[in-house]
Write a protein that binds this ligand. Structure first.
Ligand SMILES: C[S@@+](CC[C@H](N)C(=O)[O-])C[C@H]1O[C@@H](n2cnc3c(N)ncnc32)[C@H](O)[C@@H]1O
Length: 273
């Protein structure tokens, strides 16, 4: 029940951000391109025939992979999914029409609304991929397990996710003012190697910094990419509290620019078969 309420909120937030997302999601665009290059290197010349993408959003990773694979093999069966229909539609409209087969289409690229924690497709997939969506899963460990079950023997699961040092200073500022943490905690990188034990895992961690003119702009940016979550049951901050928090955050910067750190893990895993 709590999960349903949380997920409904998540779908609403990301749906509302579908139009503004690409104007603001600078880090997500960089991670999508970096991830697609890692996938390309890892697969070398092998072309994945069945692909499942989770949490496609407006399509940064979808388009990067489309550039790599769409012309290579017409046999590709590609499932592009997101829990938010608005995000999915945005992604679909960004893919050239000849391959774009509609939400219920059955040709090359099939767009479907799907909760990545409960995939409704049967495996095996040669590539399961996701850019910056797994950090929103409620049962991340169980979901990783379910998804790896869908991999073909030589298949690759490749994803990025936010790790524990994301917005570190922002959260320290909340602590300094005795304000309860305003966002969910993301797991440390080691969580992924532990959860995927038994598989071959390559993990890379990278820090991305997004700059804003002030603290309020940082918060507005989170809203416009749909990432302004707070834990269930947490009351919104009062105006005075929010003002103090922003002032505290801004006090750590001297040149009129506020920085937000994104601690990103890049994970590539495959079965040892
Ligand atoms: C930060 S955006 C990333 C979007 C995109 N992958 C990109 O490269 O920009 C996160 C996306 O994950 C989706 N998402 C969150 N939880 C999900 C879930 N449980 N299943 C599927 N999609 C989910 C959201 O709707 C949103 O579109």
């Amino acid at each position: 029940m709590i999960d349903n309420v949380w997920k409904d909120g998540l779908v609403r937030r990301f749906g509302a951000a579908a139009q503004s997302y690409e104007k603001q999601a600078e880090v997500q665009q960089k991670t999508a391109i970096f991830l697609s290059n890692l996938i390309k290197q890892h697969l070398d010349r092998k072309v994945p025939i069945r692909i499942l993408e989770i949490g496609c959003g407006t399509g940064y990773l979808t388009r990067a992979l489309y550039d790599l694979y769409s012309d290579v093999n017409q046999e590709i069966q590609w499932h592009v999914t997101d829990i938010s229909e608005d995000m999915l539609k945005q992604c679909q409209s960004s893919i050239p029409a000849e391959n774009n087969c509609g939400i219920t289409g059955h040709k090359n690229i099939i767009f479907s609304v799907m909760d990545g924690e409960n995939p409704d497709f049967e495996g095996p997939f040669d590539l399961i991929c996701s850019n910056m969506a797994f950090q929103w899963f409620r049962d991340l460990e169980g979901s990783l397990h379910k998804l790896t079950q869908l991999l073909s023997p030589q298949g690759l699961m490749a994803f990025t996710s936010l790790a524990s040092d994301t917005f570190d200073l922002w959260h320290r500022c909340q602590k300094e003012l005795s304000i309860d943490r305003m966002a969910p905690e993301f797991p440390p990188a080691v969580f992924y190697t532990d959860s995927l034990a038994g598989l071959t895992v390559e993990l890379e961690k990278k820090l991305f910094v997004q700059r804003h003119n002030n603290g309020l702009e940082f918060l507005r940016n989170l809203r416009e990419i749909g990432a302004h979550s707070r834990d269930l049951g947490r009351n919104p901050l009062g105006v005075g509290e929010l003002r103090s928090l922003l002032k505290n955050y801004e006090s750590y910067f001297t040149d009129g620019v506020v920085e937000a750190d994104y601690d990103v893990v890049f994970v590539l895993c495959s079965k040892n078969e």
